[in-house]
Design a protein around this ligand. Structure first.
Ligand code: GTP
Length: 343
């Protein structure tokens, strides 16, 4: 069986961290996000197709130096083709029932069980489903008791919602799904292809699961996923190798390798990447700090994201800011595209 991992998005909501790296290589507990997806694949998956575009060189390099015991193909799109277009572009690698995983979902889904469910139902498409409280922000599944999905209702008012179940970003698909996707253009799987499959085949199923699920699409969920995974491991902080820590790390903070934390400095729910130096008497709360940064003493930063290679002067106070003082990479969109079709 093959699995396609969608890893070609720009990750605009995670800027400026994604100005310099592929979103799926962002560290989570000091391990690249994509390694979690590789580790959740069942044994049956022998070939992984990485659907890439933006920063493909970094992804390629990562897989050249890290072996996951499976064949890995880096499938580079000539331009971003969207979640559906990327699947179509991987068509030549598909030999039968296959998986598609959004590269930015961290969850406890048991893919083996989902595949079994898919086969039992003789489904054309099975998608993972996750319950949410705030239905009005999502496409919600209208689902029958036997798991058959008959429609998705976009952003319903809570009282009008047919369920509280949303698309959790992992699919088990039959090859005939590929016939629904037009070649060579930007296509959204969720908005264009799934509704057609529901209408044409009626064999579109939803698979609910328990445990945890986080869409690591925004800075707040990037911090949340650290909290969640550390709670699961029953640890409250993480320090990478070769760190020098004089201050304090609390509330599920995580620092990478070669990080210096000065005296009387406090990290609270904060993630710091490799080779960053944070001077004395600094407070960082709900922040993410990129690689090779220098943060001056007596600063107070909250809800702030600092891109790679930035310097923050001493006595800086910031709240709810994005710090990036270099040119934006050529070709990086100035607004979110992702699943949204550019007009
Ligand atoms: P935002 O710009 O913040 O919305 O992030 P994104 O570009 O990653 O988009 P989104 O979160 O909607 O994408 C969901 C998953 O699909 C992610 O794993 C993306 O890497 C992937 N993805 C989105 N668009 C494309 C694309 O055009 N090509 C490929 N190969 N993957 C994509």
């Amino acid at each position: 069986m093959e699995a396609i991992i969608l890893a070609g998005g720009f990750g605009t909501r995670l800027r400026p961290l994604t100005y310099t790296r592929a979103k799926t290589l962002l560290p989570i507990l000091n391990k690249p996000m994509i390694s979690y997806l590789m580790e959740m694949l069942p044994n049956e998956v022998r070939k992984v197709v990485l659907a890439v575009n933006y920063r493909r060189d970094q992804i390629e390099e990562y897989f050249e130096t890290n072996d996951f015991g499976r064949e890995v193909v880096v499938n580079d799109e000539p331009m971003p083709l969207g979640t559906g277009g990327a699947v179509k572009f991987a068509e030549q690698h598909i030999t039968g029932t296959f998986l598609v995983l959004n590269g930015d979902i961290i969850c406890s889904l048991d893919l083996k069980k989902m595949i079994e469910f898919h086969r039992k139902k003789k489904a054309v498409s099975t998608i993972s489903l996750w319950p949410v409280e705030n239905v009005s922000e999502y496409g919600v599944a209208d689902i029958r008791k036997n798991g058959n999905i008959i429609e998705f209702i976009e952003k319903p008012r809570p009282e009008k919602a047919p369920s509280n179940l949303i698309n959790a970003g992992a699919y088990c698909l039959e090859p005939e799904v590929l016939d629904y996707i037009e070649k060579g253009r930007l296509v959204s799987m969720e908005q264009e292809i799934f509704p057609k499959i529901i209408e044409d085949t009626g064999r579109f199923y939803g698979y609910k699961f328990d445990g945890y699920w986080i869409d690591v699409g925004r800075i707040s969920s990037y911090i949340d996923v650290h909290r969640l995974l550390m709670k699961n491991k029953k640890i409250k902080k993480i320090e990478g190798n070769n760190c020098e820590v004089h201050g304090m790390l609390k509330n599920y903070s995580c620092i990478g390798e070669n990080v210096y934390i000065g005296y009387n400095t406090l990290l609270d729910s904060t993630i710091v990447f490799n080779n960053t130096h944070i001077d004395n008497n600094v407070v960082l709360k709900n922040c993410v700090v990129g690689e090779n940064c220098v943060l001056g003493r007596d600063s107070d930063l909250r809800n702030t994201v600092i891109g790679d290679d930035e310097t923050i002067m001493e006595k800086t106070v910031l709240d709810n800011k994005i710090v990036w003082d270099k040119p934006i990479p050529v070709g990086y969109p100035d607004r979110q595209i992702g699943n949204v079709i550019e007009k």
